[in-house]
Design a binder for this molecule. Structure first.
Ligand code: EAX
Length: 327
């Protein structure tokens, strides 16, 4: 009888260990973002959290802090991540170049052809090397997620060409590559933390801003912007990043669960914006936005080309060609 009980005990221990691993690490990790719970970052983060909680038997849980609760913009959130006061950041890589300069190569206007090209680059050796560079600045990049192709909004008029936007005060992320590109196009770029943008637009301090469709809808930019031009002038990656201070505390097998979940959630999160873009545009039109699809892309590419050429020098033509030639 005793032998059967012993065998049953060993089998159930084996089941628990094989299912949830030998780790008994427990934690509740903070996930911080600058956007709302409805935005794809936090819908994706909830899916990521569910995967990890399930695979660790509830030992590792998460609490989400959306809407810039822990920092008014993404740069502040990344600074908090570096210090370890937040465990995980989910947001655009826009300000990330200020911490790890190699990331800025992704911010070059008109660098990416389409989503297939984006996935090939970010999920391949180029993306892996940019993520590895983050280790040097106390950040553990878990996976590239997606902000999306950025589009221009403004409150003055329909914009099709750079000439239409000449001299307008357009808010940009705190990103030198974007600032230089907009200057080349003849616009007056105003870098600003995301948390200040809505108010600045409402007061007319700036004329416009640029962001992917999902941000324009889920951050209610349509309430303070009339015109949307589908310029798609730059692809804006996002990333799920853990503070290294937290990462090194986590046992290897739980680290593997987290990395696997981050990559699985990346596919889910990227598709949230891609598959719903047309529906989101219809919703923006129903909210009163005037949407211009027939933007003169050739003129925009030409206008931003001086910036593009300058970055070929700054980042190395080989690095940029490696991205352009990724098939
Ligand atoms: O990451 O600051 C920005 O314009 C970002 O695109 C936005 O916060 C979503």
């Amino acid at each position: 009888m005793k032998k059967i009980a012993l065998l049953a005990g060993m089998l159930s221990l084996f089941f628990v260990v094989s299912t949830f691993g030998a780790s008994n690490y427990k934690a509740e990790l903070k996930i911080a973002s600058a956007t709302s719970m409805e935005h794809t970052y936090n819908v994706g983060a909830q899916y990521f959290a569910k995967l990890v909680e399930e695979q660790t038997g509830g030992r590792i849980k998460f609490k989400l802090y959306p809407d810039g609760q822990l920092g008014k913009g993404e740069r502040e959130l990344l600074e908090a991540l570096q210090q370890g006061s937040i465990d995980i950041y989910v947001g655009s890589t826009g300000p990330l170049g200020g911490f790890s300069q190699s990331m800025q190569v992704l911010d070059i206007p008109f660098l990416f052809r389409d989503y297939a090209h984006v996935d090939k680059v970010l999920d391949g050796p180029i993306g892996a090397s940019l993520i590895a560079d983050l280790d040097k600045v106390q950040m553990k990049g878990l996976a590239f997620w997606e902000n999306g192709f950025r589009n221009l909004t403004n409150n003055k008029k329909v914009i099709k060409t750079p000439a239409d936007a000449k001299g307008m005060k357009i808010r940009t992320m705190e990103n030198p590559v974007h600032i230089q590109a907009w200057k080349a196009a003849g616009v007056n770029p105003t870098p600003m933390a995301w948390g200040e943008v809505f108010g600045a637009l409402q007061q007319g301090v700036i004329d416009g801003q640029e962001n992917p469709v999902a941000v324009i809808l889920q951050q209610k930019v349509y309430e303070v912007q009339k015109y949307l031009s589908l310029t798609q002038h730059v692809y804006s990656p996002a990333m799920l990043i853990m503070s290294t201070k937290r990462w090194v505390q986590i046992p290897k097998e739980d680290q593997e669960i987290i990395l696997k979940a981050a990559k699985e959630a990346a596919i889910y999160q990227r598709n949230l914006g891609r598959q719903n873009e047309e529906q989101m545009l219809t919703e923006l039109a129903s909210k009163g936005m005037v949407i211009t699809r027939d933007v003169d892309k050739v003129a925009w590419v030409a206008a931003m080309k001086p910036a593009f050429d300058a970055f070929s020098v700054q980042f190395g033509k080989d690095k940029i060609d490696a991205i352009l030639n990724t098939k």
